[in-house]
Design a protein around this ligand. Structure first.
Ligand SMILES: N=CN[C@@H](CCC(=O)O)C(=O)O
Ligand SMILES: [Mn+2]
Ligand SMILES: [Mn+2]
Length: 324
């Protein structure tokens, strides 16, 4: 049997959850997810599957080095296991297969090496016809995701990429070293080096938690954004529809600190205001229905501060919505 050659450090371990029976009518995520092997997800002979049905492959990115460098609260290194733990018991109503490719682990301060390896894994999985799902990690996960998406044949062949970030923060810091606060400026620079422009939009920006210099950078780069206080269901729907209209493929990144602290306490920087879960979930439905979703990631879960696993459960629910 063909085995995976992906550059992961930890092979997938069995998922767990409640057992109600073996039949499809009892199926939960833990019973549906299989370890990834390339031959299992090979594209059908009759062409490319739609993004609504193509197999999804989960990769963990175990890292909080970016949060540590950004002076935040470390702990996101344990998030991939916590999100899998919250997804496992959920009822499985999906029209697609889901595979687990294991984890890329950032050893010590070797963040850039981990981002490169995760990027290589994502590119390979995308080119094999899968929808890729990276479970971070601090928001330094986003640059690993970007490397994977930018290295895919979809983007190399000229499809217009959009990056949609659900986040209280721009993460456009101009810092000497990459961190969880820098990934989108890194992307803008990488896109410019490739002769392209970064199409970057953010929903949920907290004016009080982004300095003037971050707003200036956002304006200079042409970033589209909605402030948290302006996130009515209607405004968000219009904003996302207009962003989706001008791109071919979407990379969606969810920084869980976009949600109010009561909904998502388990993050490095909990939000005093935040965007409500129904609005964030509606974006996930809209994105899933668009058929443009190429890749997604979920970042910034910190299990050390996660009261009753609330934030992990929210992350699992959003992934379930996006893949369902
Ligand atoms: N990824 C996190 N980014 C935020 C964190 C803000 C904070 O710790 O207060 C940022 O750098 O702006
Ligand atoms: Mn962020
Ligand atoms: Mn944030």
């Amino acid at each position: 049997m063909e085995t995976s050659t992906l550059p992961v450090d930890v092979r997938p371990v069995p998922w767990t959850g409640r057992f109600d029976g073996d039949g499809a009518e009892h199926r939960r995520w833990w019973q549906a997810v299989s370890p990834y092997a390339p031959h299992l997800t090979a594209p059908a002979a009759d062409g490319e599957p739609s993004s609504r049905t193509r197999p999804a492959v989960v990769v963990g990115f175990c890292s909080d080095e970016g949060v540590r460098r950004n002076k935040g609260r470390p702990g996101a290194v344990a998030a991939p296991a916590a999100i899998r733990g919250a997804l496992g018991p959920l009822a499985y109503h999906l029209d697609r297969s889901v595979f687990d490719a294991g984890d890329v682990v950032v050893e010590g301060s070797a963040l850039e090496d981990g981002q490169q390896r995760a990027g290589t894994a994502v590119s390979e999985l995308l080119d094999a016809g899968n929808l890729t799902v990276v479970l971070g990690g601090g928001h330094e996960t986003a640059f690993a995701s970007y490397l994977g998406v930018a290295g895919s044949s979809a983007v190399a062949s000229g499809k217009r990429l959009g990056v949609l970030n659900l986040d209280a923060h721009f993460d456009l810091r101009d810092a000497a070293v990459p961190s969880s606060g820098t990934p989108f400026l890194q992307m803008a620079r990488a896109e410019a080096a490739a002769g392209r422009e970064l199409h970057y939009a953010v929903v949920g920006i907290s004016e009080a938690n982004n300095t003037r210099t971050l707003f200036d950078t956002a304006h200079r780069l042409g970033v589209k954004y909605l402030l948290d206080e302006d996130c009515s269901a209607e405004a968000v729907e219009r904003f996302v529809a207009s962003f989706l209209a001008d791109i071919d493929v979407l990379y969606l990144t969810i920084d869980l600190d976009v949600l109010p602290a009561a909904t998502a306490p388990g993050v490095s920087a909990p939000a005093a205001y935040g965007v409500s879960l129904p609005v964030i979930n509606a974006i996930c439905r809209q994105v899933a229905a668009s058929g443009k979703l190429l890749h997604l990631d979920v970042a910034e879960l910190n299990p050390e501060f996660d009261v009753d696993s609330r934030t992990a459960k929210v992350a699992a629910r959003l992934v379930n919505t996006l893949l369902g």
